[in-house]
Write a protein that binds this ligand. Sequence first.
Ligand code: AMP
Ligand code: GLY
Length: 424
Amino acid sequence: MKILVIGSGGREHALVWKLRQSPRVAKIYCAPGNGGIADEAECVAVDVKSLDSMIAVASQIQPDLTIVGPELPLMLGLVDEFTRRGWRTFGPTRAAAQLETSKSFAKEFLQRHRIPTAHYAICDSSEQVRDALPHFHTPIVVKADGLAAGKGVVIAKTKDEASAVANEMLSGRMLGEAGSRVVLEEFLEGDELSFLVVSDGERVAPLVAAQDHKRVGDGDTGPNTGGMGAYTTLTIVDDQMRDWLLTHIARPVVAGMKAEGAEYKGVLYCGLMMTARGPMVLEFNCRFGDPETQPILMRLESDLVEAMEASIDGRTSDGDFKWSNDAAVCVVMASGGYPGAYEAGKKITGLEDAAKLDGVRVFHAGTSKRDDAFYTSGGRVLGVTARAAELETAVQRAYGACAKIGFDGAHYRKDIAARALKKN
Ligand code: AMP
Ligand code: GLY
């Protein structure tokens, strides 16, 4: 079969790499893809902000299955439009994707269905912010309602700061339309967990859980990013906790969406905070996580295409995924300046040496290829990923590979999975 993958990051590289292992796949196209993906799939130019452009690409290719990496095409209604045209597509409809595209929708949905989440207030004006603030303790989390590419959340230390940030968002100056409504939220403490399931609209099949590292600096310091690294192990959640998360979070979300007439198919990414009061939902994503997908797929032993088709056809079952017991770790190498402004076009060295190391896979995110050499072309450049029986070995392998790779301005966190290693 012919598969079309939409997107251009490390997540899409990992998806292409895994999909290629399916005996059912004859050819993979990736639109637009990146320098590294071009070695494994045929990359096709596309504007992922334009539904018409994505429809034009699919009309040319006539894919048997389309898989969407990023959230924007889902928000634009890609699944609705492709499905209407008879192209089998894995993912949620535009209505179902509101769980990610509108934080106020997600919060009200969680409350309606009594799914644990932080206390919140939805505000459309500075008057509403002023009236809501007395009901919160500091710090206060201020979130833009709409999609903001990881930049829509500010943790304010004081009420004055929360008020200033909320008003800046509401004015449209900070994030445009995405900030025209804000959600104020109680600050939660604990370990974050990315818990992903695949759903067919009724049933769910869990993926192994992972932990992301969102802040740019070691020790969780500095601004938030798209994610600087992630790991997954056999013991990151035990069976009992996994069952709890399925029973109290994933299944009620899927059942609630169905009851509300917006059946949820595809990947449901539950971003959780494991608090002293129990797990609570921080956010949903309606897609695979980046960089979590890189280490998660390193552990996947069953056929990803089968599980995606089961979701489309309404026959998902609990055991759709088979996993290795190994640990896997992804360290993101980023351009100098990221998550702020950065320069692109830096030559990347050492990729071949890194690839020779045991258990290592280097997934490309922001790279382009010219005359057999790779150059940086984005903020997050590479997802250096490694697998091993023990987490410690996987971490050593990933950092061993990072040490071989270089480009002008490269930076990466040195403490991915360090907290988990300390706990062991
Ligand atoms: P979100 O896009 O809602 O996941 O927020 C991005 C990041 O902000 C999360 O991954 C957390 O690190 C942090 N965050 C969001 N909401 C809260 C909260 N209520 N309490 C503490 N941290 C939060
Ligand atoms: N790693 C967080 C995300 O994919 O949104």
